[in-house]
Design a protein around this ligand. Structure first.
Ligand SMILES: Cc1ncc(C[n+]2csc(CCOP(=O)(O)OP(=O)(O)O)c2C)c(N)n1
Ligand SMILES: [Mg+2]
Length: 513
C-alpha cells in the first residue's frame, strides 16, 4: 500500500536509525513519519522517539500489530513481549498521543486527532493498526475533524503591553531564541523582530541556527559558561531578557553554569508566557511573537561585545590533527547549502563555535544527547531537502552505533560529508573518569565505502592532510565522503575546556567555603 501511495519509502538498516532520520526530516520539513513492525521494531525505535519527544520534534510512529481476532485467549504470538498492549503502553510514556485503531467507527477521527496533537505539541505520536483492521470500511463516512486553538484575547493584550513597556524601559534588552521558534515556524518573524527592534540576539545550543549566524545583531550561542564569556555577559547582565521558545535544559544552561535572573526575564514558550514571576496561560506562541511585531517597541542600536571569530591558522602544517584546528578550518569551509548535523560527544561541544550561514541548518540531539543521531539524521536531513548537503560530525564511538546507515546513504546515492573524529574511544567520558571502559575497537573507518559498495573514504593524520581531504570531499558531489580523522585520545574542543575550567573554578570556590 505504501508503494502505491505518493509516500516515498526509505528502508534503513535499523529501526532506531529510521527514528533519527524521521526526527531530522521533521526538524527540516515540519513533520516526519516512521513505520515499524510490532515490538521488535517498535521497541528498537523507542529511544529515538524518546529523543524526539524530549526535543520537541513531531514524528508520527506507525506500527502494525497482531489482528484483534488473533488476540482472543491471549496466545503466544511471535514478537509479543508481555501483553498485546505492551508496546502501546511503552509509547504512551514517550509520545504526546497514542492510539490503537481497533474500532472502525471512530478510527478516522482518532487519526485526525492524533495528527493534530502531533502538530500542536510538536511531539511524536503513535498510531497502531492491527492487521485485521487494514481493509475494514466504517459504516459511516468520516467527517474531518479540524481542531483550531485560539489565544485568550485579553491575556494576549495584557502580556504584549507588559512586554513592550519592559523592553522600552530597559537599557540593555537582549533576545535569547531557542528551538520552539523553529518548531513553530517563527524563524521569519524572529528576524523581523530583531530587525524592527535593533536588539542583539543570542541562541541556545538546541536552538542554534534558529537565526542566521551571520546576522549582524547575532551574538553567538549562549550556554552558560560553556559558551563564550561575551555572550554569557550580554545575556546574564541584560536588564530585560526576552527568551523566545526557550527550553531550560541543563545542556542549554551550560550544565548549570548559567546565571539567569528570572525577575529580569520574559519567557515566552508554547506552554506559557512568564514575565518576571507571574505567568499567562492560553496564549499561542505564534500570536505573541506576531503581536510583538505589531507593537510599538522602540528601535535602537545596541552594540554589545561579541566573541572574536576563531581564526584558522593561515597555513596548514605537518603537525598532527587537533580538534581546535579541525573546527576552525571547517568554519572556513562551510558552504551555504550545508546542513551541519552533529552527534553527541566532543563533536557537539566543538560545533558550538561553528558559524552556520543560513537559518535552521544545525541539527543535533543537544538536550537528550543520545549517541548515534548523526549519520541517520544526516540522511533524514538530505532526504527532507535534497538541496541541502549534510556535513555530519560524529565521534568514533557514536559511529560504531549507527554508522551502518552509510549503507542507505550509499544506496540512495546521497553525498554527505562525514567528519569522523577518531579519538580512539569515549573522550568525553575519559575527561570525567578514565579507564579501560572508554576504549573501543579501532575500525578502518576509511574502508566503509568498500563495505557498503559506495562512497569515498580516507584517513587524515596531519593538518595538511585534513585540508586536502576536506577540499576533495567538497568537490566530490557524487557520493558520500568519509574522513577518518586521527586525534589524540585526550585532545578536545575549546568549548569543553571552557566548561571544565569554569566547573573547576566553581567547585574550587565551593570547596573553600
Ligand atoms: C546512546 C548513548 N549511550 C551512552 C551515552 C553516554 N556518552 C556520552 S558521550 C559518550 C562518549 C562518546 O564517544 P564518541 O562518540 O567517540 O565521542 P567523543 O566523546 O570521543 O568525542 C558516551 C558513552 C550517550 N550519550 N548516549
Ligand atoms: Mg571518540
Amino acid at each position: 500500500m505504501l508503494q502505491n501511495s505518493p509516500i516515498k519509502v526509505i528502508g534503513t538498516t535499523r529501526e532506531d536509525c529510521a527514528g533519527y532520520a524521521a526526527d531530522a526530516y521533521a526538524r527540516v520539513n515540519g513533520i516526519g513519519a516512521v513505520c515499524v513492525t510490532y515490538c521488535v521494531g517498535g521497541l528498537s525505535v523507542s529511544n529515538s522517539i524518546a529523543g524526539a519527544y524530549a526535543e520537541k520534534s513531531p514524528v508520527v510512529v506507525l506500527t502494525g500489530s497482531p489482528g484483534m481476532k488473533e488476540r482472543i485467549n491471549d496466545p503466544m504470538l511471535h514478537h509479543k513481549v508481555r501483553h498485546f498492549s505492551t508496546q502501546k503502553e511503552i509509547f504512551e510514556k514517550i509520545t504526546a498521543a497514542s492510539v490503537v485503531l481497533d474500532d472502525p467507527e471512530i478510527a478516522f477521527r482518532q487519526i485526525d486527532e492524533t495528527l493534530a496533537a502531533c502538530m500542536r505539541l510538536k511531539r511524536p505520536v503513535y498510531i497502531e493498526l492491527p492487521r485485521d483492521m487494514v481493509d475494514v470500511v466504517p459504516r459511516f463516512p468520516n467527517q474531518i475533524t479540524k481542531i483550531t486553538e485560539v489565544s485568550n484575547r485579553h491575556a494576549l493584550k495584557e502580556a504584549l503591553s507588559e512586554t513592550v513597556a519592559l523592553l522600552n524601559r530597559a537599557k540593555k534588552p537582549v533576545i535569547l531564541a531557542d528551538v520552539e521558534v523553529h518548531r513553530y515556524g517563527l524563524s521569519k518573524e524572529l528576524v523581523q523582530l530583531v530587525n524592527k527592534t535593533g536588539l542583539p540576539v543570542a541562541a541556545t545550543i538546541l536552538g542554534k541556527s534558529v537565526i542566521s549566524e551571520k546576522h549582524p545583531q547575532y551574538l553567538g550561542v549562549y550556554e552558560g559558561a560553556m559558551g563564550h564569556s561575551e555572550v554569557q555577559k550580554a545575556v546574564e547582565t541584560s536588564d530585560c531578557l526576552l527568551m523566545l521558545g526557550t527550553f531550560m535544559t541543563d545542556m542549554n544552561l551550560g550544565v548549570y553554569t548559567a546565571n539567569l535572573d528570572q525577575s529580569r526575564a520574559i519567557e515566552a514558550t508554547s506552554e506559557k508566557i512568564q514575565i518576571s514571576h507571574h505567568r499567562y496561560t492560553d496564549i499561542l506562541l505564534k500570536d505573541y511573537v506576531q503581536g510583538l511585531l505589531k507593537s510599538p517597541i522602540r528601535k535602537r542600536k545596541i552594540t554589545l561585545k561579541k566573541p572574536r571569530a576563531s581564526k584558522a591558522p593561515l597555513k596548514a602544517t605537518r603537525k598532527p590533527m587537533t580538534v581546535r584546528y579541525l573546527f576552525s578550518r571547517v568554519n572556513e569551509f562551510l558552504e551555504d547549502d550545508m546542513a551541519v548535523v552533529s552527534d553527541v560527544g566532543d563533536c557537539l561541544f566543538g560545533s558550538i563555535d561553528l558559524v552556520i550561514h543560513r537559518k535552521t541548518e544545525f541539527l543535533a540531539p543537544a538536550y537528550y544527547t543520545s549517541m548515534g543521531f548523526g549519520v541517520p539524521a544526516g540522511l533524514g536531513a538530505q532526504v527532507a531537502n535534497p538541496k541541502l548537503r549534510s556535513l555530519i560530525i560524529v565521534g568514533d564511538g557514536a559511529f560504531q552505533m549507527t554508522g551502518t546507515e552509510l549503507s542507505t546513504i550509499g544506496r540512495l546515492g546521497l553525498n554527505p560529508i562525514i567528519l569522523l573524529l577518531n579519538n580512539h574511544g569515549y573522550t568525553t567520558e575519559r575527561l570525567i573518569l578514565e579507564g579501560p571502559f572508554n576504549d573501543i575497537a579501532e575500525w578502518s573507518y576509511e574502508n566503509m565505502p568498500q563495505l557498503v559498495g559506495n562512497g569515498w573514504g580516507c584517513s587524515v593524520r596531519t593538518e595538511i592532510e585534513f585540508d586536502q581531504s576536506l577540499k576533495a570531499a567538497l568537490k566530490n558531489k557524487r557520493s558520500f565522503s568519509l574522513l577518518n580523522i586521527f586525534l589524540d585520545k585526550m585532545d578536545h574542543s575549546p568549548a569543553l575546556s571552557r566548561l571544565g575550567a569554569n566547573l573547576a573554578a566553581k567547585l574550587g570556590k565551593k570547596n573553600k567555603k
